[in-house]
Design a protein around this ligand. Sequence first.
Ligand SMILES: Nc1ncnc2c1ncn2[C@@H]1O[C@H](COP(=O)(O)OP(=O)(O)O)[C@@H](O)[C@H]1O
Ligand SMILES: [Mg+2]
Length: 226
Amino acid sequence: MANIIEANKLTKKYQDGDSIVVALDEVSLTLSEKESMVIIGTSGSGKTTLLQLLGGLDFPTSGSVVIHGQSLNTMDDDKLSTFRNKTIGFVFQFFHLLEYLTAKENIALPLILDGQSQEVANKRAEYLLKQINLEHRTNHKPTMMSGGEMQRVAIARALANNPKIIMADEPTGNLDKVNANNVLELFDQIAKTGVSILIITHDESMADRYDHVLYLDKGSVQPTRK
Ligand SMILES: Nc1ncnc2c1ncn2[C@@H]1O[C@H](COP(=O)(O)OP(=O)(O)O)[C@@H](O)[C@H]1O
Ligand SMILES: [Mg+2]
């Protein structure tokens, strides 16, 4: 099976006043298409930095990222944002829904940005609302929804353009146990449809749920404990 992610010796250094913080130190990983991976690390271990580099939201100080056969390093901003919108669905701890848009409009937005007609975008959004069992929230704005509902809408939005991979940064970090479990079950369903899943979390109990687990500590990959 082809690789969906190939990361080679990713290093990210931040300038912090007079000192330099090495947030990631030569991290390499690969993930095959249709497979899932969880990256586990404590706060400050470099998880968000790594996800941002793998998703082309930020650039490494050194090292390379290839997603679905395409090198991110050589893309200009326009090409990169088009590629991201088509290939990767992002999910974040605090949902990042647009608060002035309804659930349906939030889900439709990536399709509109991709140049689809309003009609096509609406149809797809309605279909996805059904998939996540939130048809009754179609015209609700985020402030009218629970955290669990908001995260499911965010996941539907991530699926809008039929991505090859979902990348999620602490997707259950702001949810109670029941809602966290609903969200993880939704990811399991998505994984069964052949979409790759990459989740990063501090929650060690998620280690056994995915095809691969990788531990991150102080910016470095640790030998697998599984
Ligand atoms: N923009 C930034 N400027 C300076 N330091 C940063 C920046 N972003 C992250 N860091 C530092 O890099 C390290 C890793 O951060 P991060 O990737 O957010 O970790 P995690 O998501 O695992 O909590 C931390 O020491 C953090 O303080
Ligand atoms: Mg983080």
